[in-house]
Write a protein that binds this ligand. Structure first.
Ligand SMILES: [Zn+2]
Length: 236
């Protein structure tokens, strides 16, 4: 048990390498490598842990060859830079196209569950004030559009969701309402105020144009950052 736990801590530390190296302005390789001892012992603390949804073998939703995982990373990277420019201590948990489950050797479960528990485990490692998971939505009938923020059954999470929803509603001229995300593993697992941001729908042509253009990705990231900054002003 103790051995398994220590392996868990090491693998979670390794998963943070990308964020540590990003902080120092280093360009990540395609696959993460084992960090040197000096880096392993210098893990960041954070106000915001940005979770770039999916990655590697897990593409998330897709439209032709447009993959959710790539859009999530593009928006998350922009969000990271915007927050840092405002002096917010942000950490990004994925800086390239790889699966977080590859780094999780401490949880005997399916790849999908290991991926999710790795994302949750990182929050325990660095204890951020909030966890913001970035995703793209998809509607089976293709009629829906606009942003939707899911939250935990907890006041600070609901407050964070309402600020981010408000920022995205204004940016997209939408009127979405934050929703309790009961069946989402990450929201149930993570012990800090957490939200899942479904930025908008990939199946809608106008939303898709926004999601796939650098300008649109930047506008979405600014709207999410606006919500996070507003929440920081009022949250304990
Ligand atoms: Zn997703």
């Amino acid at each position: 048990m103790a051995i398994a736990k220590s392996f868990g801590a090491l693998s979670r530390r390794a998963a943070l390498l990308g964020a540590v190296l990003l902080l120092s302005g280093w360009t990540p390789p395609e696959q993460p490598s084992t960090p040197p001892a000096s880096v392993r012992h210098a893990l960041p603390t954070a106000d915001v842990l940005i979770d770039a949804g999916h990655g590697g073998i897990d593409s998330g939703t897709h439209w032709g060859d447009i993959m959710e995982k790539d859009i999530n990373l593009a928006i998350s990277s922009r969000l990271y830079l915007i927050l840092r420019s405002h002096g917010v201590r942000a950490v990004l948990n994925r800086t390239g196209d790889y699966a977080l489950s590859d780094e999780n050797r401490w949880h005997r479960a399916s790849r999908h569950t290991r991926d999710l528990s790795q994302r949750g485990g990182l929050t325990e490692e660095i204890q951020p004030r909030m966890f913001v998971s970035i995703h793209v939505n998809w509607s089976p009938r293709g009629r829906k559009r606009g942003p939707l923020v899911l939250h935990q059954a907890e006041g600070r999470s609901a407050l964070l969701a309402s600020f981010i929803q408000d920022g995205l509603n204004r940016q997209q001229r939408a009127n979405g309402v934050p929703t309790l995300g009961k069946r989402f593993y990450v929201l149930n697992r993570v012990r800090v105020p957490s939200v899942i941001v479904e930025t908008t729908f990939l199946n809608d042509p106008l939303d898709r144009a926004m999601l796939t253009s650098p300008r649109g990705q930047t506008r979405i990231a600014h709207a999410i950052a606006e919500g996070i900054l507003a929440y920081r002003c009022v949250a304990p």
